[in-house]
Each structure stands twice: as C-alpha cells, then as structure tokens.
Design a protein around this ligand. Structure first.
Ligand code: SF4
Ligand code: SF4
Length: 472
C-alpha cells in the first residue's frame, strides 16, 4: 500500500511521548510564563479552593455535595437524591453529555486547559513543585542523567516525598466526596484497626494518584482520556482551538543578522512553543489529539513576538476558518441544533425538579379484592400504600380519612421511614353502609408525615349498592 503521509505529516504516525522503539519519551517541558499562565494559576487556585472546601460545607447538618455510591445516597447542592430519582439522574447525564458536545464544538478543549483536574494538578501543583526542587527543564534533564550522588538522592527523595504527601491529601478529599467528611475524619482519628477497609482505600487511592502525577503524567490525556479521543469527531473548522497562524507564520525561518533575508513569515523557528509544551508536540503541525489547550505555547510565542517586534497572536485562540479565511465566530447549524436539544433537556430537568416533592405516596385498592362485610352494618376495603421519604429526616406516617366519616386502620406495623427509605403498608377503610350511596364511593385520604400533611390522595371505595341509574 502506498504510504500517504508526507514528510510534514509524519508527526501523525507516532505519539510524541513514545519513541520509534515503543519506549517512553520523557517530556521535560520548559517552565511556562506569561499572561495566560498567570490567569490559569489564579483560576486553578479558585478551583482547588472549591474542590478542597466543598466537603466542609454543610446544609442542615448534611454535606453539600456527596456521592455515596455504597449506600446509594447522593446530595447535590444540599438536595438529597436517591435511587428513586434515577430518571432525573438519566436526564441530567444526557444534558451533561450534550453540554460537553456543544461546548467542545464551540470552544474546543478549553475545559482541558482551564478546568480539568488532571491538568490542574499536573501543571499547577506537581509540575510547580518539580520546577522548585529540580529547576527548569535543562536542570531536570541534567539531574536525571547524573549519577546517584547525595544531591540527586536528596532532591529526588524530597520531590517524591512531597508528591506522595500531596497524593495522600488528594486521596483523602476524593474519599470525602464518596463517604462523607465526617466518616473520613473518623477513619483518620480512630485507631487504625477499627477502619482497615477505609485505610486500605486511602492507601490505594494515594498510590494511584502518586503514580499518575509522578510517572504516567500527560499520558492520562494522550492515551487514556476518552474526551481527548473524541476531539476528531467534535471539532470542526469553526471550533475555537489553540492554533498556529500558518498563513502569517510560514514560511518559517530563523532571523539571520547581516544577511539578506528571503521573504519569510513571522515564525522565527525558535522552537520555544515546542519546548514549553507539556505533551511534547509542535503546535505548528496543526490540530493534534495531544494538545490539552494549556496555553503555554501562546505565552511563549507572544514573548518571542515581543522580542522581535512583531504582532502578538501568531499562536492564539482561533478557529481554522478564522486563520485561513479570517472569518469571525458564527452560529453553525450544528451549534444551533445542539443548543435546541440542550435547552429542551434543561427545561425538562428544571420542570421535573420544580415538581419534585419531599415524599412520594402511592395508594391503591388491593388488587383482586372486592369489599368485605363487617359487623354492625359496616363495610371495609383493603388498600396498599407505598411511601418514599426523600428527605434527611425520619418520617412517621399517619393516614386520615378526609371527606367521609369512617375508620382507617393500619394493618401490622406503623410506617416509619428512615431518610431516603421506601416502605410499603396495608390499611383498611371501614365505612357504615349508610355512607355508601354508589358502588364506587370517592374517598380522600390525607397522608401526614410527622403530623404535617404531605399529600391528599383521591381513590374510591367499593360498596355493595348497585350503581344508580343516570337520571337523564
Ligand atoms: S500545543 Fe500548546 S496548548 Fe497544546 S498542549 Fe502544547 S503547549 Fe499546550
Ligand atoms: S514560538 Fe512562535 S516564533 Fe517560535 S517557533 Fe513557535 S511559533 Fe515560531
């Protein structure tokens, strides 16, 4: 088969982090600097503060956000959700997927560079510590090649000890979202043998985070992350990406002093944009799966452009059409289509949330049974009740017959629901024959939780009287 890739396209044949022999190419990115890097640092501090602060926020004594999969107990923004809210979960997940698609179609991988926890921890926490201990990329390369003497042993031990300590902290907070901060503090403060499972979980999570940030690194984005792999399908010519303006930059060439320059573009081929790239790619090759939109190459190139007195923005946020045809952002049919679907889903979710009640009650006359004759001219019907408690409180359920004189008698135990619990019960309604005028007597049952009316249920009572003829 004829090889189709040209020399310029050869970069697509292999990953920048994997050598031709299939070995790992360790990336030593130059320390980034500049306006975008500073802005990303501020955004990262805010997001990390939210991530580490949220488990401590409580609403009515309960964690603000909790994903307790083991006990099927979920709290979002202080609202408890349980298995009975599965339909809301499904709609929310579909809306999230549509939102991600829409966001990516319009803004490309902005999420990866500015919000993704992998990028934030890697570039804004672990990498900064690495620069602090081992110096910039050249010093790091030198240190890795150096023999294991005291200085290298000291620096490597210090770096990896701090890396593990931070991984341990991340693992603890990660767990606090799964089991709750109170349970986590209990595991930490109680004697270790009382929470062996919890401690094993923390150790495993710490080990995984340590391995990802100290060894696996950018490969999480370039090899594992499914979102990165979807870019080829989601991006189009109008998506905003971090792009090299090849129209302005090419043909590239170094500035040669005191030499007659041939007609060159603005790229002086200094390679700084490649040196700062944490995934080891050359943005000048075009859109690539490995680009996590970290903005380091924008800052680097702007710095170079300032130095050579050329306008900034040779590498910038723009679309391929923006670069090639100088077109401005426009709403494409794809964006409009996704937006309509997203708005419809959010509308549906909002409506379902607005009608969501603290309790859900179902009352049905027991199937297959008619009425029962009772002593003293009384008639009874048997009913089934099912109650879901969606609140954090224990709920003691009482039933009252609201529209007729009669008795309502629970059969067996009284219904007392723990938070997020579902329970069933049976009860009898006993009416005097004098109250029964038709075969189907409409009845209204008031359902009370802790003596507060939560719902009125309309149902019917079967009686022995023949249905009256219609008068007209
Ligand atoms: S190409 Fe630029 S934006 Fe993309 S990962 Fe590399 S440095 Fe970051
Ligand atoms: S930093 Fe700018 S000028 Fe230097 S090689 Fe990259 S694109 Fe060209």
């Amino acid at each position: 088969m004829e090889k189709v890739s040209t020399k310029q396209e050869n970069f697509r044949d292999q990953l920048s982090t994997v050598s031709k022999e299939g070995k790992r190419n360790w990336i030593y990115p130059k320390k980034p600097f500049g306006k975008f890097y500073n802005a990303r640092t501020i955004v990262s501090i805010i997001l990390l503060a939210i991530l580490f602060g949220t488990p401590f926020i409580k609403v009515h004594g309960h964690q603000f956000v909790l994903f307790d999969f083991l006990n099927r107990n979920f709290i979002l923004f202080g609202i408890p959700f349980g298995p009975h809210d599965f339909h809301l979960f499904v709609i929310a997940m579909i809306a999230l997927v549509v939102f991600i698609i829409l966001f990516t179609v319009v803004f490309g991988r902005v999420f990866c560079g500015w919000v993704c926890p992998q990028t934030i921890f890697m570039e804004m926490v672990f990498r900064k510590i690495e620069y602090w201990i081992e110096g910039d990329y050249n010093s790091q390369k030198k240190l890795d090649k150096a023999p294991w003497l005291s200085q290298k042993i000291f620096k490597k031990t210090l770096k990896h000890s701090i890396f593990f300590a931070i991984s341990f902290i991340i693992a603890n907070f990660f767990l606090s979202y799964l089991i709750g901060i109170d349970q986590l503090l209990k595991i930490i403060s109680d004697p270790p043998f009382q929470h062996i499972q919890g401690l094993i979980s923390i150790t495993i999570f710490s080990g995984v985070f340590y391995w990802v940030f100290s060894y696996f690194r950018e490969q999480a984005c370039t090899i594992v992350c499914p979102y990165g792999r979807l870019q080829g399908v989601l991006l189009d010519q109008d998506s905003i990406i971090i792009a090299y303006d090849y129209v302005r930059g090419e043909p590239r060439g170094k500035i040669k002093k005191n030499q007659k320059q041939e007609k060159l573009g603005d790229c002086i081929d200094c390679n700084l944009c490649v040196e700062v790239c944490p995934t080891g790619i050359d943005i000048r090759n075009g859109v690539q799966l490995e680009c996590v939109n970290c903005t380091a190459c924008i800052d680097a190139c702007n710095y170079v452009m300032d130095k050579v007195n050329r306008p900034r923005g040779l590498i910038r946020y723009d679309s391929l059409n923006g670069i090639e045809k100088k077109t401005k952002f426009k709403f494409t049919p794809r964006i409009i289509g996704y937006s309509i679907v997203l708005i419809a889903l959010l509308g549906l979710l909002g409506y379902l949330m607005s009608i969501r009640t603290d309790f859900s009650v179902n009352i049905l006359r027991t199937a297959g049974l008619l009425y029962q004759e009772q002593p003293n001219n009384m008639i009874s019907n048997l009913y089934d009740i099912n109650v879901v408690n969606k609140t954090f409180k224990v709920a003691s359920i009482n039933l009252r017959l609201e529209n007729l004189k009669g008795e309502l008698e629970m059969i067996g135990k009284k219904i007392v629901l723990k938070p997020q619990e579902i329970d069933d019960g049976k009860f009898l309604i006993i009416l005097s024959k004098d109250e029964i005028k038709t075969m189907n007597t409409p009845i209204k049952i008031g359902v009370y939780a802790n003596n507060k009316l939560i719902q009125e249920v309309n149902t019917s009572f079967l009686g022995p009287v023949e249905e009256e003829e219609n008068e007209h």
